[in-house]
Design a protein around this ligand. Structure first.
Ligand SMILES: NC(=O)c1ccc[n+]([C@@H]2O[C@H](COP(=O)([O-])OP(=O)(O)OC[C@H]3O[C@@H](n4cnc5c(N)ncnc54)[C@H](OP(=O)(O)O)[C@@H]3O)[C@@H](O)[C@H]2O)c1
Length: 313
């Protein structure tokens, strides 16, 4: 019999937790995983099987995939949700942080795919859902390395989709805008600290304030984890899912049909850069400073706007 068991990474909070609950309620045998087992009590009570799993731990991911296969024959759906943030001005970013973000968001995800694919090929069926982001479409300043990893998932998902389609396996990329979860709080912990006297200090403080405002309770155009979970369940249930599901705010006005969080955030962070005390008049007019950034955002708006209505829930 074909397995429809769902295996989800990063279920301690946010989108992973909401997706596990939604899939369990929809009747899928759901394996919810997290780095800390104690965070999964609610999901266990809701009928999920729970396992400890860090996507950068080879022993753990091998063990968990084997456990699902022993019970169901194969992983029917893999949801690569685990992810972490990290960003800052490229000039200042520690390479160790760049490596850490890639380890979780890209390398761990690739390894998960490699482990579940033999089982999916054997049953000639399966779906892999990767959590991309609007940050994989447009990059705000200080968006690296997080945005780099989400760009990488755009490419990886397209490549993988074509490779495994002949074996009956679907690959879906979900691209949410801003979602109110623990993400911003946990990302900040890993970002270069503000409070120094470096050349980017004013800018970093402006961006930090902008990000905090954008995710504040009641902020406009911010999704809930459940909004994203609904879209993931729809993709998992589809016989022929779309390659990409863009999850963003509804268009605010017909004159701005492609309005998305990514564009708004980019515009705001450019504005933050322009207001920053660390950008003096000379930088603004001469160097690779704000005029260049603003150009990029005008370009990005042009890129994303045609996606228009597909960027809506
Ligand atoms: N929130 C947004 O605005 C937004 C927008 C677009 C896309 N996304 C993407 O959505 C996904 C879920 O994010 P979220 O918003 O739900 O954030 P979240 O609440 O911070 O959840 C992130 C989850 O990933 C887990 N995780 C981090 N590193 C891990 C590792 N090495 N191994 C296993 N699990 C790990 C975290 O576990 P711990 O509790 O142990 O840290 C947590 O369960 C991420 O891929 C993120 O990039 C988020």
């Amino acid at each position: 019999m074909t397995s429809n068991a769902a295996l989800i990474t990063g279920c301690s909070t946010g989108i992973g937790r909401a997706t596990a609950l939604a899939l369990a309620r929809a009747g899928y045998p759901t394996w919810a995983t997290a780095r800390r087992l104690d965070t999964l009590a609610e999901l266990r009570a809701a009928g999920c099987r729970v396992q400890q799993l860090d996507v950068t731990d080879e022993e753990a991911i091998t063990r968990v995939v084997r456990a699902v296969e022993e019970e169901h024959g194969a992983v029917g759906t893999l949801i690569n949700n685990a992810g972490r943030g990290g960003g800052g001005p490229v000039e200042e970013i520690p390479l160790a942080l760049v490596r850490e973000v890639f380890e979780t968001n890209v390398f761990g995800l690739i390894r998960m795919c490699q482990l579940v694919l033999p089982g999916m090929r054997r049953q000639h069926s399966g779906t892999i859902v990767n959590l991309g982001s609007a940050a994989g479409l447009v990059t705000p300043p200080t968006g690296c390395p997080y945005a780099m990893t989400k760009y990488a998932l755009e490419s990886l998902s397209d490549s993988l989709r074509q490779e495994v389609a002949p074996f009956g396996v679907n690959v879906v990329l979900v691209e949410p805008g801003a979602v109110r979860t623990e993400f911003m709080a946990s990302s900040e912990r890993h970002n270069p600290r503000t409070g120094g006297d470096g050349p980017y200090e004013g800018f970093k403080q402006s961006v930090a304030r902008m990000v905090e405002r954008a995710h504040r309770e009641g902020a406009r155009d911010v999704l809930s984890a459940e909004d994203v979970a609904k879209v993931i369940v729809r993709a998992v249930a589809a016989r022929r899912p779309k390659a990409r599901y863009k999850v963003g705010p509804r268009p605010a006005s017909p004159r701005w049909p492609g309005a998305s969080w990514a564009i708004a955030a980019g515009t705001r962070s450019c504005a933050a850069w322009c207001r920053s005390p660390s950008t003096d008049r000379r930088t603004r007019t001469a160097g690779p400073g704000p005029p260049h950034l603003v150009d990029r955002w005008v370009w990005a708006r042009g890129l994303v706007t045609p996606l228009g209505s597909s960027f809506c829930r």
